[in-house]
Design a protein around this ligand. Structure first.
Ligand code: 26W
Length: 826
């Protein structure tokens, strides 16, 4: 339909959006409760009150979202699409209340229902649409983009089942499906009119038009529909509301029609299931590729739907003229997961919008930008050529064409060097040829970035060095950050208030300001208040640990915390060895200088990752032995918190004294938990890895407990690594190993932990657990002494928060905006 035929009819009185005063909010809350949801028993369920409140707030978000869109239409600027298979949003209510500045009014409105805002907020399920760091980073970025008023739209998948729920049974991890949509998701609004059609399977036919031009037609495909669900993303007190568009897969009508006509009702329904499988579940692997066909389908589904969406909007405004498209659009690829977008944009421009190859390539390589989040070789995505040719035949052709042209460039740069061509090719040759997705992303992008200084150095100097030599200008660093709204203002309201009482509230949106509290680190009264907030936060964690683990933590003891995905490189095992070492000291009566501590561990293991699951079991067995030993009680308590997620971190990081960031150097790309802890005044014990290096520089080397091998020493260490000798020559480690090997922690499960013992003693142990043990213990001893001096520790704590200014994702996003996206300053 031509635009002039559209009848435009806006009801003026709705343009402004609903008021946010207490009585209007109250009226809306009641109306949603009684009429939208059809409830009348106030005491019936907090769930309905939560839904009514969410709808009340959503009304306000919708109004602002519309104005944001309208304002941008008035003066079009460059915009960004952030493509990510994961958005780990957590809960939305508290964040929306904070960002819309509704707290006082909402509190009063809720009071009428004889409950508190906190209790109502508890009814919300976490949106767990991500594994860990990469997914949560995407969520922090959306918050910063909206707060900075940047035109950034997030594109992701609306998984029916998010990250699995974890329970612990007899010390083992057990996975349970996360049916987070069961009770409805009040924040989303579906836009079926923007449904897109995604092709799979089929084959390619070539024909020539009357001008002799070749065209490729991807035919006989089995299509799936992508239906968008929009989630509002509010900026902090700035009236801006951006959008996160999540795609759900649905069957097309033809599927049903043809099969219904043939009388195959059941087959038709089965087909429907097949289509809907695509967005059924989030893959719970965060560090190893498993090459599952469904995962590639998800990646293509997201990439194609999102690109079609943007192209359709472009065509609506500019017709088929793409000459300025690259001036107005950027696609940021969150790791290689959506990197098939490079080939898909080529396909859409060439096959569907009739551009020639060079024009399309010009656009693609000026709009795509790629962020790498991992150096682990096993996490680098490769898809088998045979799978590609079956599932996405036209895309494979396009990848071959991109590769052929690229290899010509390689040949020009390194004439006659066939080895170069082999090592840089987008296709890894061999018995089972594979497409190297990271290389596709690099070749198709104008920017490639790492997520911390060391990580970017290791990318350019190692993993991607040949590409760096070819195109040094493409590579850049963007050190990660986290949003101070969720990770300080919202999760630690008491500390936020104390900070506000000294330096005002500007820091929430201008986090560099946080540095101003440094002035008070020596102020006795301030220290006392600081400590009392921490104690209060610790009590909340005590309650959580008691309820979830049945273990009694004590606020008088040091809270030593490691929460993150369970992985050998993150070295939860090193932490366990330290716990066993402390226990040994207690058993020997060597407790004179022992600082009482509570050790908390949390995190999920990928369901197929045997060693990670065994590490959880070991920790739980060690915890049980220690918690049941009355000797240990005054000095050491140990708990594994099941089902670590965003909401749990909101309770954990404000209560933590000591933040464990102990990965093997060169393995953790950045880390972002380290930043959340620091903001909340935890002190870090850590290696020179990822963003720890920048954290240590910011807080001052004397205020950071450093240990472990350095990245430039690793090659030498590995070449002569002899863990058995290290164990023999270190009495403390020897005792720890003896206790472990004696079966003390697995009396009824003989041999259970042998694989862990073997891995520590293995000269090829990549994670160098035995190597770093000694310096870890020394650093822990320094921590103990420091903690015993309450005033000194409090000073350290204040200094950490004060130095966390640069770890706001606002800083990170400003850098993306200026250095990669080139967005006009808003
Ligand atoms: C294909 C399986 C898979 C899935 C997810 C492989 C790898 C991933 C992610 C890249 C893992 C991840 O979350 N990486 C983390 O990204 C964070 C944000 O940049 C960093 O802070 C962490 O150091 C990094 O491990």
């Amino acid at each position: 339909m031509a635009q002039s035929e559209n009848k435009v009819c806006t009801v003026k009185s709705w343009q402004e959006g609903p008021l946010i005063d207490e009585s209007t909010l109250q009226e809306d809350l009641t109306r949603h409760f009684y009429y939208t949801l059809g409830r009348d028993m106030v005491g019936e369920s907090r769930l309905y009150l939560y839904h009514a409140l969410a709808l009340t707030i959503r009304d306000r978000l919708v109004a602002r979202c519309r104005t944001t869109r309208q304002q941008r239409q008035l003066s079009p600027t460059r915009q960004v699409a952030y493509l990510s298979l994961e958005f780990l949003m957590g809960r939305a209510l508290g964040n929306a209340v904070l960002n819309l500045d509704l707290e006082d009014n909402v509190r009063h409105a809720v009071q009428e229902y004889c409950t508190t805002l906190e209790e109502v907020a508890e009814a919300e399920h976490d949106a767990g649409l991500g594994n860990g760091g990469l997914g949560r980073l995407a969520a922090c970025f959306l918050d910063s983009c909206a707060t900075l008023g940047l035109p950034v739209i997030g594109y992701g998948i609306r998984y029916e089942y998010g990250m699995f729920n974890q329970s612990i049974e007899q010390g083992h991890q057990v996975e349970h499906p996360d049916n987070w949509l069961r009770e409805g998701h009040p924040w989303e609004i579906t836009a079926p009119e923007n449904t897109r059609r995604i092709k799979f399977f089929g084959h390619v036919e070539v024909y020539q038009d009357k001008h002799g031009r070749k065209h490729h037609q991807w035919v006989n495909t089995q299509d799936v529909l992508a239906v968008p669900y929009d989630v509002p993303v509010p900026g902090y007190k700035n009236e801006v509301v951006n959008t996160l568009r999540l795609w759900k897969s649905e069957a097309t009508d033809e599927f049903n029609l043809s099969e219904f006509n043939a009388g195959s009702y059941t087959e038709a329904v089965a087909r429907k299931n097949l289509a809907e499988q695509i967005t059924m579940v989030l893959y719970p692997n965060d560090s190893s590729e498993n090459g599952k066909e469904l995962r590639l389908r998800q990646q293509y589904f997201l990439s194609s739907a999102s690109l079609q969406d943007l192209l359709a909007n472009w065509v609506a405004g500019h017709g088929e003229d793409f000459s300025e498209f690259a001036q107005y659009n950027v696609f940021q690829l969150n790791d290689t997961h959506p990197s098939i977008a490079v080939a898909e944009l080529m396909r859409l421009l060439v096959d569907e919008h009739d551009l020639d190859w060079d024009a399309a390539w010009h656009i693609t390589t000026r709009t795509m930008a790629y962020t790498n989040h991992t150096l682990l070789p096993e996490a680098l995505e490769k898809w088998s050529v045979s799978l590609f040719s079956r599932l996405l035949p036209r895309l494979l052709e396009i990848i071959y064409e991109i590769n052929a042209r690229f290899l010509t460039e390689v040949a020009c740069q390194w004439p006659g060097d066939m080895q170069k061509q082999r090592s840089m090719s987008l296709i890894e040759e061999g018995a089972h040829p594979q497409v190297r997705m990271a290389y596709l992303a690099i070749v198709g992008s104008f920017s490639v970035n790492g997520v911390a200084a060391l990580h970017t150095e290791l990318l350019t100097g190692g993993l991607f060095n040949e590409f760096y030599q070819l195109w040094p200008h493409k590579f850049n660093n963007k050190t990660n950050g986290v949003t101070p709204r969720r990770w300080l203002a919202h999760c630690n309201p008491e500390l936020a208030k104390l900070i506000g009482s000294k330096i005002g509230d500007q820091w929430v949106a201008h986090f560099a300001d946080i540095e101003k509290i440094r002035r008070y680190y020596d102020d006795k009264a301030f220290q006392t208040q600081w400590l009392s907030v921490k104690q209060h936060n610790k009590q909340k964690l005590v309650d959580l640990v008691k309820e979830a683990c049945g273990v009694e933590f004590d606020v008088a003891m040091m809270f030593d915390v490691q929460v993150k995905r369970i992985h050998e490189y993150k070295r939860q095992l090193l932490n366990i060895l330290h716990v066993i070492y402390l226990y040994e000291r207690i058993r020997k009566g060597d407790t004179a200088n022992l600082t009482p501590r509570c050790v908390l561990l949390g995190g999920k293991a990928a369901p197929g990752y045997f060693m990670a699951k065994l590490i959880i079991k070991l920790f739980n067995n060690v915890a049980e032995a220690i918690n049941n030993d009355p000797l240990a009680k005054p000095y050491l308590r140990v708990a594994f918190l099941p089902n670590y997620n965003v909401s749990a971190m909101e309770v954990i990081c404000p209560a933590t004294d000591l933040s464990e960031q102990i990965s093997t150097t060169g393995k953790e790309a950045s880390g972002t938990g380290n930043m959340k802890f620091m903001m909340n005044g935890a002190v870090t014990i850590g290696t020179l890895d990822g963003a720890n290096i920048e954290i240590r520089d910011a807080v001052g080397v004397e205020n950071f407990f450093l240990f472990g091998a350095k990245s430039d020493e690793l090659a030498a260490i590995r070449s002569t690594y002899n863990p058995n000798q290290i164990i023999q020559s270190n009495p403390a480690l020897q005792e720890v190993m003896e206790l472990l090997e004696s079966g003390h922690f697995n009396l009824f499960e003989p041999g259970l932990f042998q694989p862990i013992i073997d891995s520590i003693r293995d000269p090829h142990d990549q994670w160098l657990v035995a190597y770093d043990f000694e310096s870890y213990i020394e650093a822990q001893q320094k921590v103990e002494l420091a903690y015993q001096d309450k005033e000194y520790w409090t000073r350290l704590s204040i200094l950490n928060t004060a130095a966390s200014g640069e770890f706001s994702s606002d800083r990170t996003i400003l850098q993306y905006s200026q250095e990669i996206w080139q967005l006009a300053q808003q």
